[in-house]
Design a protein around this ligand. Structure first.
Ligand SMILES: Nc1nc2c(ncn2[C@@H]2O[C@H](COP(=O)(O)OP(=O)(O)OP(=O)(O)O)[C@@H](O)[C@H]2O)c(=O)[nH]1
Ligand SMILES: [Zn+2]
Length: 191
């Protein structure tokens, strides 16, 4: 099938490139332990960037339910793994997402699903935060959305500044969350 062919082709081109990279890094790519490594890395990296081929709005739209609930809905402690666009090293942590419905709710599992889609791209934490917020706002048209992300960046731990214990927190919001009291309610509930 053409789609399989092109996926296999992409994997083999990526693997060929990784072979060159591993060799340039000083390794013997013909030693036994490394024989399949270029292909494994090719597949792993395609998984870690699989968010480019998925449409997060479509995921939300598939599970929109008319409902009159007007209070805050919070899905907290959503684990995510992403890659920083500067070093292509992992950053990971937890996303907390809240929205206040305006006639429609979405399937709860769809919120972690859109976090995964935006995470599996080359990212900066700030943009990841804003993209999740925008996606919910544009698709659900709720009274407000707020997203808080707490993360650790491998590029600040394994290399560079080498700070093992620092975490970065980002947040973004719309609508009702412009009110400090609404933000406080959310922050208190995710503590
Ligand atoms: N704002 C932001 N910066 C990030 C994120 N991930 C990595 N960075 C930063 O991207 C910056 C890139 O800075 P450069 O000076 O070009 O790169 P560098 O020489 O490798 O910098 P150091 O990491 O300080 O060694 C670094 O300060 C990283 O900490 C992120 O999600 N958001
Ligand atoms: Zn980085």
């Amino acid at each position: 099938m053409p789609s399989t062919d092109s996926k296999d082709q992409k994997t083999s081109i990526l693997a060929e490139n990784y072979k060159g990279i591993i060799s340039l890094l000083g390794e013997d790519v013909s030693r036994e332990g490394l024989l399949d490594t270029p292909e494994r890395v090719a597949k792993a990296m395609q998984f870690l960037t699989s968010g480019y081929t998925e449409d997060p709005q479509e995921v939300l739209r598939k599970a929109l339910f008319k409902e009159d609930y007007k209070q805050m809905v919070i899905v907290k402690d959503i684990d995510f793994y992403s890659l920083c666009e500067h070093h292509m090293l992992p950053f990971w942590g937890k996303a907390h997402v809240a929205y206040i419905p305006n006639g429609y709710i979405t399937g709860l599992s769809k919120i972690p699903r859109i976090v995964d889609i935006f995470s599996r791209r080359l990212q900066v934490q700030e943009r990841l935060t804003t993209q999740i917020k925008d996606c919910l706002q544009e698709t659900l048209n709720p009274l407000g959305v707020m997203v808080v992300i707490e993360a650790q960046h491998m590029c600040m731990q394994m290399r560079g500044v080498q700070k093992q214990n620092s975490t970065t927190t980002t947040s973004d919001f719309t609508g009702a969350f412009n009110q400090a009291k609404t933000r406080e309610e959310f922050i208190n509930l995710i503590k």
